[in-house]
Design a protein around this ligand. Structure first.
Ligand code: HPA
Length: 275
């Protein structure tokens, strides 16, 4: 029943949330930002319960979709009201490294397109490669390197143009909003690898040489699919760690999710300003 209600709501804007970014959905649904002034509680979320989600639909209730197997990925659509418009939040995504095909991991994108979504913000957690970035910060994706060896368009007859996957006009709005809220918003190239293992230091040196600024294991199949359907796409990476070999460290998924939780408060603020 709520699936039908979701289809009938015809949201035009959607946000896909990656690892540990569930707090963004909450920030849209039930909570309002406190003052960024530390004397007044420094960017803490203040519960208001004024704007409860309109609908929640588990992926498992959508034909062709299924719940995620990865810790930190909830696996549901949440429909919220923002500036008096319905905004669809996809909380959790599927990954190629789960053993799925590129067509399977992008089924949600095609579903969103079918119910009327025209603009989509894809978020993820990523490792920082470029020295000018900072861990805990956000990077607007300007372009990508598809190093996953596959694409959701496999088998299709069309040679889609990918010269502007990530919308420049939308990027300008994100940068303007970041300035307004006093947030440092980096910009750079996102390289997608298959995973699920993190990279070796040699792979990170290779990616740097290839022009990658950040590295992750998602987003690119979705961006390709959304763009091929004519959607306007934005991508934002939350930089949860330095990529392998750049600092003395070992990488753990739990830490990536933890840093994501903190930085997602900033992401929520940025998204609320732009969407
Ligand atoms: N590499 C790949 N994926 C990631 C990383 C990383 O360092 N951090 C978060 N997701």
């Amino acid at each position: 029943m709520s699936l039908t209600a979701l289809q009938n709501a015809r949201p035009e804007t959607a946000i896909v949330l990656g690892s540990g970014l569930g707090a963004v959905a909450e920030a849209f649904g039930t909570k309002e930002w406190g003052s960024p002034d530390p004397r007044e509680g420094g960017g803490q979320l203040r519960s208001r319960e004024a704007n409860p989600p309109l609908l929640e639909v588990p992926y498992a209730d959508v034909p062709g979709l299924s719940a995620s197997t990865v810790p930190g990925h909830a696996g549901r659509f949440v429909l919220v009201r923002h500036h008096d418009k319905p905004v669809l939040i996809a909380q959790g995504r599927r990954h190629l490294y789960e053993g799925l095909s590129a067509a399977e991991v992008t089924a949600g994108i095609r579903f969103m397109y079918e119910i009327g979504v025209k603009r989509i913000v894809l978020t993820n957690a990523a490792g920082a490669i470029h020295e000018s970035l900072h861990v805990g910060g956000l990077m607007l994706i300007t372009d990508h390197l598809n190093l996953q060896g596959t694409t959701p368009l496999l088998g299709g007859p069309n040679f889609h143009d990918m010269s502007e996957v990530y919308s420049r006009p939308w990027a300008e709005r994100f940068h303007a909003a970041a300035v307004e809220i006093g947030l440092k918003l980096h910009a750079g190239v996102y390289a997608a690898l298959l995973g699920p293992q993190y990279e070796t230091p040699a792979e990170i040196r290779m990616l740097r040489t290839l022009g990658a600024d950040a590295v992750g294991m998602s987003t690119v199949p979705e961006a390709i699919q959304a763009r091929a359907l004519g959607m306007e796409v934005a991508g934002i990476s939350m930089l949860t760690n330095w990529a392998a070999g750049l600092r003395p460290q070992t990488l753990h998924h739990a830490e990536v999710v933890e840093v994501g939780k903190t930085a997602s408060l900033y992401l929520a603020r940025l998204l609320k300003a732009v969407v």
